[in-house]
Design a protein around this ligand. Structure first.
Ligand code: GCV
Length: 705
């Protein structure tokens, strides 16, 4: 195809967490890079640039050459140091041809050796040293092995090649245009993609799907006649150890191949996919695989032919299997044309109802990609029960870095604490303690303890990994709100190690992004971001009930916006009460999709955690929460408090805003002002709505309209 010759952007992209000064410690040392492999070349280029900038010395040697006076050696095996007694931690390989990405760091009297079995591991080791800064060299003697929790650490882009008439260039994108596409073309200049790939490599991401899961006519052609563009993009990511995936339409044999069916059990259809896969891997030997959104929100799928989702996924899996390819099959399947009058249909039940019966039926190279909650990336939802209900299926946890329902990168909302909480959730233990049962992170990575469930027996899950929707665009700061960079950073780091502390990740991000800034700035960042997820929850929809957003674009409040629509996202507020009865006893039965003890905990309003009460129960406004407050008073209190907290965020930021780059400062201040306006709108609409519905005044007599 032809390429667009217009320049990508008129401005320079922000350095994000790869500020030049973040390389000062490494760049001022005598550094040796030893070994071959393409990514070792990338490591060498990084080191050469840093040492040139900061006055250090760089040499590139063969493995085994003498390195006597080096302060840092980055080398492929065979080892330059004695082997450790304990073997390198296994990554729990998930197949799909991913190299061992682990690395070993030893430090003796200030001399550091990073040693890896693969060049990918060496690249991760390099960025580990960058993150540590001076501490890499100053620390006590050490011998550590670092390995990712999972081989599958993926970002999905919902970018369209063509500008979609409603969703634009990037569906749910809040950061300008696409870094890949511009009005029907792939950018001629992919330098922005190269910078992005470098940023992703520095946080450990190793797979990227480059087009929207809603695959429109134009985007479908990436699989066939426009494959050359994918080849170009893949070449850029390859230099950074990242494999490219494509979202494909299940109807491709019809729309691209001219067949009259895409029935997964039809031989011609299967052959069409075999040939399509052969062409893709012939052009891109390290291609990752396909992502599929089927029978969901209008996307075609196997249901049209009376086939199951296992039939659909396995047919594609067979086509990509010879190349170690993967099929990421999304579990986001529900009826988006339901009748709001019908209270027995519950969208939250849908994924479990569709997929639980298929456990064990999927091929080994199918990864079922499950959104963290049963609805749709709300600020608060319970964990999807599908994660616990498929012992024999590889299940990936899907998160949303792009802030569709969490402030659209106008609001400062640091999602690290939310993800950390989700990853640490234990389906078989409600004590909140360390427990003997696996966490969600264990289920996604296939590591950790085996599950002991009376319903399903004892099992250890095969690894599925992580996927998330990217928040990046061609905006100067990549992410619209400069602080939204912290979300992308935290996502990558949590994929590598789900046990990392989100507060510590914020410090890491800030130190790399704003090196040398006074501690007052870091303190202000914590004041603004540490509790920002909770703050956003306070001034938006209450107690886990969700939505209440403006239909379509999903920004700002509209309490009844989705109440009488076919989308299945209702709050059922009337003059007496609010919430969705999802109990087994009187409701939709959704609570019964959880294993014990959570099925029982969620079933009763007296044990259901306050923050999820309205997700599981319809209760009177006077219902007393575990906190001691009534539901309606809780709504008033949290909404007033949420806005007060945004005011405090603005106060904290204004004290330090002159200490940071004026560019950043100006953008942050502008967004915080919008956050306050929007939070105030949320507060007033939500409080007024419930005051008018219930007739119950605020016990503190604050202004409600
Ligand atoms: C890509 C939500 C979003 C849609 C998105 C969908 C999905 O419904 O609003 O824009 O479509 O999720 O995850 O497929």
């Amino acid at each position: 195809m032809t390429v667009d010759s217009r320049p990508l952007t008129e401005h320079t992209a922000h350095s994000a967490w790869l500020h030049d000064d973040a390389f000062a410690a490494l760049g001022s040392r005598r550094v040796v890079v030893a070994g071959d492999g393409a990514l070792t070349g990338t490591v060498a280029e990084e080191v050469a640039a840093a040492t040139a900038r900061f006055g250090g010395a760089f040499s590139r040697l063969e493995v085994g050459d003498g390195v006597s006076d080096a302060e840092l050696v980055l080398t492929l095996s065979p080892p330059l140091v004695e082997p450790v007694e304990t073997p390198m931690v296994s990554t729990g390989s998930t197949g799909a041809g991913t190299a061992d990405e682990s690395f070993r760091l030893t430090r003796e009297a200030g001399a550091v050796v990073v040693q890896a079995a693969s060049d990918a591991g060496l690249l991760h080791g390099l960025f580990h040293v960058v993150r540590l800064g001076e501490a890499a060299f100053d620390g006590p003697d050490a011998d550590e092995t670092h390995a990712p929790a999972t081989d599958l650490r993926m970002l999905d882009h919902w970018d369209n090649v063509d500008v979609h008439p409603v969703m634009g260039q990037v569906e749910r994108g809040y950061s300008g245009g696409s870094i890949f596409y511009d009005h029907g073309y792939v950018h001629a200049d992919l330098s922005r993609v190269e910078r992005y790939a470098r940023l992703l490599a520095a946080v450990g991401i190793n797979r990227v799907a480059i087009n929207n899961v809603n695959v429109h006519t134009r985007e479908a052609r990436l699989l066939t006649e426009d494959l050359g563009d994918v080849v170009r993009v893949a070449a850029v990511f390859r230099r950074w150890g990242i494999r490219v995936h494509l979202s494909v339409s299940f109807a491709s044999p019809i729309t691209l191949g001219g067949l009259d069916t895409s029935d997964p059990l039809d031989q011609d259809v299967a052959h069409w996919w075999v040939r399509a896969a052969a062409r893709v891997w012939d052009a891109i030997p390290d291609f990752g695989g396909f992502v599929v959104k089927a029978d969901s929100e209008g996307q075609p799928g196997p249901f049209a032919y009376g086939r199951t989702h296992a039939d659909g996924a396995n047919m594609l899996a067979a086509a990509v299997e010879p190349y170690d390819g993967l099929i990421h099959w999304r579990a986001f399947v529900y009826d988006h044309k339901q009748d709001w009058r019908d209270r027995s249909t519950d969208r939250a039940r849908a994924a479990y109802d569709h997929f639980h019966p298929l456990d064990g039926a999927f091929s080994d190279n199918v990864v079922l990609q499950v959104k963290y909650g049963p609805l749709d990336f709300q600020v608060r939802e319970p964990l999807s029960p599908v994660l616990a209900a498929m012992p024999h299926t590889r299940v990936a946890l899907e998160l949303q870095v792009t802030q569709e329902y969490t402030g659209q990168q106008q609001h400062a909302v640091y999602l690290g604490p939310q993800w950390s909480q989700l990853l640490g959730f234990r389906f078989w233990d409600a004590s909140g303690g360390e427990g003997g049962s696996p966490t969600v992170a264990d289920l996604a990575t296939g590591r950790g303890k085996a599950v002991e469930d009376p319903g399903t027996g004892t099992w250890r899950k095969p690894a599925g990994g992580f996927a998330a929707v990217s928040n990046v665009g061609d905006d100067e700061f990549w992410t619209g709100h400069p602080f939204a960079q912290a979300n992308l950073y935290a996502y990558g780091r949590l994929c590598w190690d789900p046990a990392l502390d989100p507060g510590a990740l914020l410090d890491e991000w800030a130190a790399l992004t704003f090196p040398g800034t006074p501690s007052a700035v870091r303190d202000a960042l914590h004041t603004v971001l540490d509790r920002s997820w909770e703050t956003y929850e306070q001034y938006t929809s209450p107690l886990g009930v969700g939505f209440m957003v403006r239909p379509g674009h999903h920004y700002g409040p509209d309490v009844d916006g989705y109440e009488y629509t076919p989308w299945g996202t209702y709050h059922f507020a009337d003059r007496d009460g609010i919430g969705v009865d999802r109990t087994v006893r009187t409701g939709t039965g959704y609570a019964g999709q959880y294993p014990a003890p959570w099925s029982a905990v969620y079933e009763s309003p007296s044990t259901c955690p306050d923050e999820l009460l309205l997700f599981f129960h319809h209760v009177p406004y006077t219902h007393v929460l575990q906190s001691g407050s009534t539901v309606v008073q809780h709504i008033y209190d949290t909404h007033f408090d949420g806005v007060a907290r945004v005011e405090a965020m603005i106060g904290a930021w204004s004290e330090v805003s002159t200490l940071v780059d004026p560019h950043v400062s100006e953008r942050v201040s502008e967004r915080l002002a919008e956050q306050l306006r929007s939070a105030t709108e949320w507060r007033d609409q939500v409080n007024t709505y419930f005051f008018r519905k219930s007739g119950i005044p605020d016990e503190r007599g604050r202004r409600i309209y």
